[in-house]
Each structure stands twice: as C-alpha cells, then as structure tokens.
Write a protein that binds this ligand. Structure first.
Ligand code: 13P
Ligand code: SF4
Length: 305
C-alpha cells in the first residue's frame, strides 16, 4: 500500500474511531485499507461485534450495509455511495413475498441475505451462500419458500430433503448468470491441473460441471488449506485479488474475465475518504422494519454457530 489517499483514510479512521468493513469483491485499493474483509456471513457476524466503534464505513452493496444497520440501529452505518445496490436483492418485493406466503401458509420462509429489508421482516430466517444448507435444515418445516436467488435455492434443494419453492421464479445474479458450461469446459482444457470452484449463484448446470461450489469466504479458506496450486474461480473477478492478498504461491484464474459486479466497484478511495469526513451517506431503515427484520437476522446467526 503506497497511496496518500489511503494514508489519509487510515488517519481519519483513527480520529473518528471508525471501522471499515469490506466485501471480498471490492477493488484492490479498498481491500488494502479495510479493517475487515469477508463474505456476507462473515461481514454480518463482524457487524454484530463492533460495540467499541462509533462509525462503520461499509464498502459493499446496499443489503449488506442494511443488515449492519439492523444489527446496530444506534450506530452510524455509512456506505461510500448509496448507488451501490445489488439488483438481485430488489427482485423480491415485499408484496410478492406476502402473496407467496398466503399461497403457502404451511411453508417456512428463508430469504437470502441479498434481499431488501422490507422483505426480510417477513422471513423466518435468512441465509447466505455459506450457511444456506445448514439454515434450511434448522427450520422444522418440510416446505420452504426460498428467495430471491433461484440458483442458491437449487443448490440447497440438492442437499436437503425438503421442498424448495422459489420466490420469485427466476431471481438471479446478473454477474454469476454470465457463466456457462462451455466456459467450464474451456478452462478444463486450458488448465488441466486446476480445480474449478464456483459460487452457488451460478446456474445449476455450471455448479454441476465444477469441482466445488462454495461462498467467497469458503473459497478463500479452501484454497489456503489446499495442497493444490491452480484454481479457476467462477465468481466475481476481484475474489482473486482478495485471495492473492492473503495467500501466496497459488495460480488463480477467473472463469470469465468479464465477471464484474459493477455496483461493488462504485466505491472509490475518494468516496471512502469523503464518507469518513462527512459521516454520510448514512444507511437507515424505518424503525419497525429494522426491528422486525432483526428476528430473521438473529435466527440466521444462531443457526450458523
Ligand atoms: P458471498 O456471501 O459468498 O460473499 O456472496 C455474496 C454475493 O453477493 C455474491 O455475489
Ligand atoms: Fe449482487 Fe451479484 Fe453483485 Fe453479488 S455479484 S452483489 S449477487 S449483483
């Protein structure tokens, strides 16, 4: 790290007693100044343990910062730009979930953490890609309304003995939808010694063609502990940046160079500096929405232990 803007941010962070949380898909210069980097679950757990900090700068997308607010309604949760939205999270409006619940009154409701808070407040629990199977098993119902990611739902359905009903039909991540089975075949030819790992947001055919399917935090741990040297990663390209920051001696290739989450890249060092200086823009939610959603967030955290 050798950048005066980064130095300015580190100084401001101390002065303001702030913590910078960042998702594994953040660009390198932001990963370098973060206090904590992680997948959605790790960030959620970290956000539940920051009593000693006055200000949280969240370098991720909207639903992640909202979850940090749900856990810390009395703290200032700041996101460097409010435009950093996850389109998948907005694919399940509150009304659609309420309608599905009416149609399936006997079903348990699990929402991917990539969902809006207005929908989360009606869920029994939440999950991330790291704990979806465990959380699904933890509910007593044999029938589960699961959304908004159909691919994660399909991933879970293969591993549990329960009926998984997607809500909405076809909810997806536009980045992970870019991967096709042909990309996996091509990389197998190109890198015959590499293990191919993808994220459960990829479509099910891609998941089945890969060697492993796991969350971004899972990828980091798996590669760190593996004796193997070469890996192809079917997820957002900056996951490679993240692993390279912590693990040396591995050869990492993207399944697709163009797998970029554009909104994750809206955070820049300038915006992080300004958000620290101004303690804005803040992420907030109506009190009742935050209070009702906390039940589902807490259930997920307890079920993940
Ligand atoms: P992880 O929780 O695995 O980091 O996934 C979050 C996400 O949005 C992936 O696209
Ligand atoms: Fe949302 Fe996909 Fe970006 Fe993850 S990669 S934050 S699911 S748009």
């Amino acid at each position: 790290m050798n950048n005066s803007l980064q130095d300015e941010i580190l100084k401001l962070k101390e002065e303001k007693n702030a913590i910078i949380l960042a998702h594994n898909y953040q660009p390198k210069e932001i990963q370098e100044i973060a206090d904590f980097l992680g997948d959605s679950l790790e960030l959620c757990i970290k956000a539940s343990e920051i009593d000693d900090k006055d200000l949280v700068i969240f370098c991720g997308v909207d639903f992640m910062a909202e979850t940090a607010f749900i856990l810390n309604p009395d703290k200032k949760i700041v996101i460097p730009t409010l435009e950093a939205e996850c389109p998948m999270a907005h694919m399940l409006p509150e009304e659609e979930l309420l309608k599905a619940k009416e149609e399936h009154p006997d079903a348990g409701v699990i929402l991917y953490v990539n969902s809006i808070a207005e929908a989360k407040q009606h869920a029994d629990t939440l999950c991330t890609s790291a704990n979806a199977v465990k959380v699904t098993k933890s509910l007593k119902q044999d029938k589960i309304l699961f959304g908004p990611d159909t691919n994660l739902g399909n991933h879970v359905a293969k591993k549990v003995d329960k009926e998984i009903i997607p809500v909405p039909k076809g909810g997806h991540c536009y980045v992970h939808k870019l991967f096709h089975i042909e990309d996996v075949k091509l990389k197998r030819e190109q890198y015959p010694n590499a293990e191919i790992i993808c994220h459960p947001e990829c479509n099910i055919e891609v998941q089945e063609a890969c060697d492993q399917v796991m969350s971004t935090g899972g990828m980091l741990r798996y590669i760190k502990e593996s004796d193997k040297e070469e890996f192809v990663l079917g997820t957002e390209v900056d996951m490679i940046t993240r692993i390279n920051l912590e693990v040396s001696g591995k050869k990492l290739y993207p399944l697709l160079e163009g797998a970029i989450c554009n909104t994750m890249k809206l955070h820049t060092l300038e915006k992080v500096r300004d958000s620290l200086l101004n303690e804005a823009p803040q992420v907030t939610l109506p009190k009742d929405v935050a209070e009702k959603s906390l039940k589902a967030v807490q259930h997920m955290l307890d079920a993940s232990k």
